[in-house]
Write a protein that binds this ligand. Sequence first.
Ligand SMILES: [Zn+2]
Length: 361
Amino acid sequence: MDLFKSCIKNKIFYNHSEILLPGNSFHLGVDGFWVHHYNKPHATDTEGHNNCPYCLPRVHKKGTAEEYTSWIHVFVPFVMIFPGGLTLPIYLYPLKSEQVNISANTEELKQECELLAAHIVLPKIREQLPRIPITFLGDGLYCNQPFVKLCDYLSLDYAIVQTENSLPTVRRECDQLAKTENHKIYSKQISEQSETKNINSEFQWFNNRYLGSDTYTNILRFKEINCNSNGNSHTYKNEWLISQKINKTTCKQFSERGRLRWHQEDFHNTLKNRGFAAEHDYARANPRIWLNWKLLMVLAFSIFELFSHTQLAIDAKGTRSWKQFAVSLFAELVNVLWSDINDSHSLQKQKIQFRYVFDTS
Ligand SMILES: [Zn+2]
């Protein structure tokens, strides 16, 4: 969080606000991370019982002769997601077994962990960042009236995916409205053509929908048909709850902002597969040390993420992958005395300036 605040103070985001802050807002995503699978307790008391508060038990083959229990650790990262390929984690929340229904199935448990973490952590984030405009990007799990009310209460904007099964009454109302002649003024079609493809987008919106308990929202329906030059077409459909009123000017931007959430998957992939070894636990005997490790991992990720968007890093990397580049930087670092690093020309400067580059394609 301090690193993020120092980026705000140093105007990294505001100096590139046209790319990084669509709608003049920061975008916050959340997605649970399941790490460390154990087939026996990794930390036990004198009687051999699991005494790690973060171990969530999973019972397999329940009721059969082969029934057994395994344990997992779940933490929920809250990540600022920017267009241009930048993601910065600002908060990690680890779940304890006493907080959740451990008898729920895996998918239900995943949802419970994420929803609970959001209800606990979003007020803390708002307290830490009281003045910046934030848009919460959520999947269908957050598509409910209490969560929308929480966002309103915390002055958070939101783009939350509305799934087929959520808010059925609101969905029926929108279906009815869409059939009326008058509703055409709340829709827009855009055709974009290039040499290689043809994209037809359709937007429909329904402002001021009542969710109950004095809560209102706006709904954006989006459909995109993407045809390439070979005649193959791909259709993408989505529907979001949007905190702000939608109109002909803003509908396209809201659909793009809603889709920013996808970038969070890349954050997970990097932590798991691109050198951070997120699934390694490193410290088993002490139930709390793994958390310190995860915090260090996320801090390292954030620093490297910022560095990798500087012209200096892009030029130095050349044709290597970011992982190869980081490995060779590290190899150099361990061979240089700390005193030499400390005395280096660049660290003697009062102020080091980086030129940031963000991909707009
Ligand atoms: Zn544990």
